[in-house]
Design a protein around this ligand. Structure first.
Ligand SMILES: *Cc1c(COP(=O)(O)O)cnc(C)c1O
Length: 416
């Protein structure tokens, strides 16, 4: 992979290429296509649908009593808010550092996003959370474990109990992660997940909600568009939970189908292996970037089992121009970096102040941290050798750009 002209190493892998669907998933999908019963409630007599089985298996994997599979991660978040009884105009606390579907789900469900500052470890700032919970009277926190960074979950649960705030967890980046061994998604009233192609299981689109609360889950199932067929669910609360609410809960269709469930089921048993493979990629990068002057790695608490499906670091003392030059040079060598400090949203990387439908809010700590934050995907199609090569390029460029005279402002090239 040497560049002959300069002798510089270059990386040629794709940062957006995921692994193929396991053969067992392809076989199962073909079987569903052959019989044609794709709708989750369209089952032959005595047949257990793929979706109902998938829910049962994911509930078992996370230790949750109940599980509902839905059309997307964003749908799961909106459904969770409605199932918690969100009222129109109600404030919902959420991370300022998150992805667009999170504030989008709050707004779509009629809530008002109230952004909470982040810490340098890229997690929720508890002091700001407490202040905003008190000033707004919010009773819901949609906690986004953005880029897989878990806050101290035990401390958060205790804090929220004191504040009278209930937690919905956005585990789009933490499926397979844990805090002191408790799976991510099991601390809040509801845990939500995404099975969109770039997450930890891949069915193109898809989402899960898990909960131990029978009323909340009954409402979520009715909301998802179960008509009066909720009896066909397996990881669902008993009939009594539906009796009161079955005629007063609106249908907001967003079901999972048997085709995608068939693709997903064989991926559940290999999730732990994927987590271990991601850890190797992540730790290879971490080791390769240790001790670079000016480059700050994110501290990972020992209580956290993380999924290294992406990698972040900060360049806190660098100007925008220097960061721009760094991105340009890394991208030219095949390493696709994203910067959360860009003025314009690029691809998946938008920032709280780009979400203009939310009430304008000032978050100076978050602004300062995002200005220095660099982000990179780590698909499992990369090998540990790839990760080592990427680390060498990132390191060499950080040393070179860090020592260069103050550059002119350059706009980093746009990657998708
Ligand atoms: C992907 C993602 C979601 C859900 O997105 P969908 O594309 O609707 O599945 C939610 N939160 C975060 C942080 C995400 O990255």
């Amino acid at each position: 992979m040497d560049n002959r002209a300069t002798g510089e190493e270059r990386f040629s892998g794709s940062f957006t290429q995921q692994e193929p669907i396991p053969e067992a998933g392809i076989e199962a999908a073909i079987a569903v296509l052959r019989h044609g019963r794709l709708h989750r409630y369209n089952t032959a007599p005595g047949e257990l649908g793929e979706t109902a089985l998938l829910e049962e298996e994911f509930a078992a994997l996370t230790g949750a009593k109940y599980c509902l599979a839905v059309a997307s991660g964003g749908y799961a978040l909106g459904c969770a808010l409605r199932a918690m009884g969100l009222q129109a105009g109600e404030p919902v606390l959420t991370n300022a550092f998150t992805l667009a579907p999170v504030p989008g789900a709050i707004a779509a469900a009629g809530g008002v996003p109230m952004f909470v500052e982040m810490t340098e470890d890229l997690t929720l700032d508890f002091a700001d959370l407490a202040a905003k919970a008190k000033s707004s009277g919010a009773r819901l926190l949609m906690l986004s474990h953005m880029r897989g960074h878990l806050c101290d979950m035990e401390a958060l649960v205790a804090l929220c109990e004191g504040l009278g705030v209930q937690i919905i967890e956005d585990c789009a980046h933490t499926m397979g992660a844990a805090w002191k061994g408790v799976p991510s998604g099991r601390h809040g009233v509801i845990g939500c997940y995404s099975m969109q192609t770039y997450k930890h299981l891949n069915s193109g689109e898809g989402g899960f909600l898990i909960s131990d609360d029978p009323q909340v889950m009954a409402r979520a199932i009715l909301l998802s568009g179960s008509y009066m067929l909720y009896g066909k669910h397996r990881a669902a609360p008993p009939e009594e939970a539906f009796a009161q609410i079955r005629m007063e809960t609106p249908n907001v269709s967003g079901r999972m189908d048997n085709l995608r469930a068939a693709i997903l089921r064989p991926q559940l048993p290999i999730l732990a292996d994927r987590v271990a493979r991601w850890a190797r990629l992540y730790q290879t990068l971490e080791a390769g970037l240790a001790g670079v002057p000016g480059l700050r790695l994110v501290t990972r608490p020992v209580e956290e089992t993380y999924v290294g499906s992406s990698f972040q670091f900060r360049l806190p003392d660098w100007s925008d121009a220097r960061i721009g030059l760094y991105l340009t040079r890394c991208i030219a060598r095949g390493v696709e970096l994203k910067w959360f400090g860009a003025d314009e949203p690029v691809a998946f990387t938008s920032r709280y102040d780009h979400w203009r439908y939310a009430r304008p809010q000032r978050l100076p700590a978050t602004d300062r941290i995002l200005k220095s934050l660099i982000d990179m995907r780590l698909p499992l199609t990369f090998t540990p050798e790839d990760a080592a090569l990427i680390a060498r390029i990132l390191r060499a460029e950080a040393l070179a750009v860090g020592q260069a005279p103050e550059p002119e402002r350059v706009d980093p090239p746009r990657v998708q």
